[in-house]
Design a protein around this ligand. Sequence first.
Ligand code: BES
Ligand code: MN
Ligand code: ZN
Length: 493
Amino acid sequence: MKSIKLTKQINTDFLVLGLAQNNGKLVIESGLTKFDEKKLLVVLANLGATGNADEVVKVPHTNPQTIIFTGLGKSNKTYGHETLRRAAGAASRALAGQKSATFALPILNSQDLAAVAEGAALGAYSFTEFRGSTLKDQKTPLGDSEILSKLDSIEAKNAIKRALVLAKNSFLIRDLINTPPSHLTPSSFAIRIKKIALTLGLKVEILDEKVLKSKGYGGITGVGQGSANPPRLLRISYKPAKARKHLALVGKGITFDTGGLALKPANGMEAMKCDMGGAAAVIATVLAAAELKLPIAIDAWAPLAENMVSDNAQRPSDIITIYGGKTVEVLNPDAEGRLVLADALVRAEEVGKASGGLDGIIDVATLTGAQVVALGTRTSAVMTNDLDFSGQFLSAAAKSGEQFWPMPLPEELRASLDSPVADIANIGDRMGGMLVAGLFLREFINPQTPWLHLDIAGPAYNEGEPHGYTPVGGTGVALASLLCLLESVASNK
Ligand code: BES
Ligand code: MN
Ligand code: ZN
């Protein structure tokens, strides 16, 4: 989205209004505007409009030329932020191809305004980098948005600025996920991010395969050794002078997961281009935090590798040594995410300790198919060693509109990871596989450090229909929640 601004009048040909329903009766939610509602309601009824969420109905009109009714569900005195965000997002998607539109939705305060701005911005996305002859048939995303509102406080203006930063960095995640592994390798991922990070004045460190091997990063090295595209460890540091807290974020960065010698079936393997979604999310978070100048120090870590099949790939039964010395028996080379994360988690804590200790460490990963089985494709999982920290995260997530749900780390499952030959095996009980993966990661965390493990396997990549502000393909999930968490941590609540 090029721009969003506040307006007190309609200056565009396209106007977005809300449509709700109450016991089968349609209700127009027109924000500050006034129309001949009776006539419009007849037209809407004739068109079969319901006002349900994700329904968008375009009605021809004069001045403005077209009204776009976006579904708000059941009519209410006030609407939830996520209801507004999704409704604005669905309208924004339906406005692809248009230069500008005005959003007149029920906005009562600057938080409602933020939600509408975020939805409008997040819905204006397309990915056309690899279109050739079909590029001309693609609609460009909605260009500019005006939001009809009486608000013009600093708070309101900040909400709009924040929405644009959120959308820009969400689009970075989506772009990285949508970029195929032919064009996104560990090295090109790192270089692409380095360029952006340097423009924001952030510190960048990239360890290549030789350094990784010599310094003992056995997880990243082991997973990456089967690929012609060697692994990297990328670190982006943001250290504002007035930092109140220090967090480390670690994201799984598998640029493609074939499963290695535990080769995945061809059917659906293409979705494994999303397996760097955690890395993209933590990088986008530190970039957004820097752009918004949040008073909190962040180290974002992206262990990047491609999990391939070759004569040099890890074999089931291989033993590797994670950074810091723990040995792992690699029983299943398809459980690769936890191996690269283990290296990065240990290193992140080491670096954090050297600069006075971490207030928390968060890993984000498309880690297990079991996550998708348990929670479906739209709800992510949170596991933790610190219920206060996860509570704080869950309220931040709820505020952002993203769906996260707490999951346990049952002690009795830990023994299933015991290995007869190494310190630990990389797989355990198949039942509760998401939790077993969490228990594996916990072995590489200092028990004193508040830790969150976010498994976003399902929500990172939308293989279904677009909905709300979410497109097909990479979704950008976790950024919005992490940003709200950082704001909450920074404000000491
Ligand atoms: N990248 C996958 C998990 C995944 C599945 C992400 C579906 C997104 C959608 C991960 O590396 C994996 O292969 N996990 C295995 C672990 C198993 C071997 C213990 C799985 O879930 O099957
Ligand atoms: Mn795998
Ligand atoms: Zn994977």
